[in-house]
Design a protein around this ligand. Structure first.
Ligand code: NI
Length: 253
């Protein structure tokens, strides 16, 4: 039992061999994949892909696309979120990594989507890059928060502790397998296994064994192996527990 809780296999990088990639994932022991639709031009493609019985979906507007927000788009998002295979609002959040980002707009669009998640009673999958303090400030401004995961976590254990206390889970990806991953190793050591999700965020962030190549859902095995090694538990235990964590968070029966 293993799940890639965060993949972008609708990315154009998979256009020539998507079916082979998906079959390889399922042949490698993955039970399900959660496909993330966070760019409006890909939303329909994600909805179509999630007709596969082993693929679930989530939809949202990525912070780097915050400037595309308008009422019509928001209505379309609401419709997609009603799909029976859609498990969450995501990935949504803040990304201050690139120059000329509009932090004020990103915060507005993030808050709107958290409110939407509360309204429809679905969890959130949060993307946060170089914006940790503002993310926490936004969370603190809510009296009740949806359940959720801080996806592709890259902070310290101290930072993880704050969001864990707010009820969030921590998503661990390929960078945990890189040689200079001391900070993430500490996160893995100290965050209880029942608070961790494994994910690839493919096609990006391939684990060390495949570094420099296109990432794909089957490689989530490497992330689970790393967690097993750091926590000194069996690979099977990591697979089973993170699988159960994902199903519980996303209400997958
Ligand atoms: Ni992603």
């Amino acid at each position: 039992m293993l799940i890639d809780s965060h993949a972008h296999t609708t990315d154009t990088k998979f256009d020539t061999d998507r079916n082979e990639v998906l079959n390889r994932a399922f042949a490698n022991g993955l039970e399900y994949i959660i496909e993330v639709g966070c760019e409006p031009p890909f939303w329909d493609k994600v909805a179509e892909l999630s007709k596969n019985e082993k693929i679930y979906s989530m939809f949202g507007l990525h912070p780097q696309d915050a400037d595309k927000f308008n009422d019509e788009l928001f209505d379309k998002l609401k419709t997609l979120l009603n799909d029976k295979k859609c498990v969450a609002v995501g990935e949504i959040g803040l990304d201050y990594h690139y120059e000329n980002y509009d932090g004020k707009l990103q915060k507005e669009v993030f808050i709107k989507q958290i409110n939407l998640a509360l309204e429809i009673n679905k969890p959130i999958c949060v993307h946060c890059r170089d914006a940790y303090d503002d993310m926490v400030e936004i969370f603190k401004s809510f009296t009740g928060l949806p359940k959720g995961v801080i996806h592709c976590f890259s902070g310290s254990f101290e930072q993880a502790k704050v969001v864990l206390d707010m009820g969030f889970l921590i998503g661990i990806d390929g960078p945990s397998t890189y040689p200079k991953s001391n900070k993430l190793t500490k996160v893995i050591e100290n965050v209880p296994l029942d608070k961790i999700l494994v994910e690839t965020d493919c096609p990006y962030l391939a684990p060390q064994k495949y570094r420099g190549t296109r990432n794909e859902p089957a490689y989530v095995v490497e992330v689970a192996k790393k967690i097993a090694e750091v926590k000194n538990v069996s690979f099977e235990e990591v697979c089973e527990t993170t699988f159960a964590n994902t199903l519980k968070l996303y209400n997958i029966k």
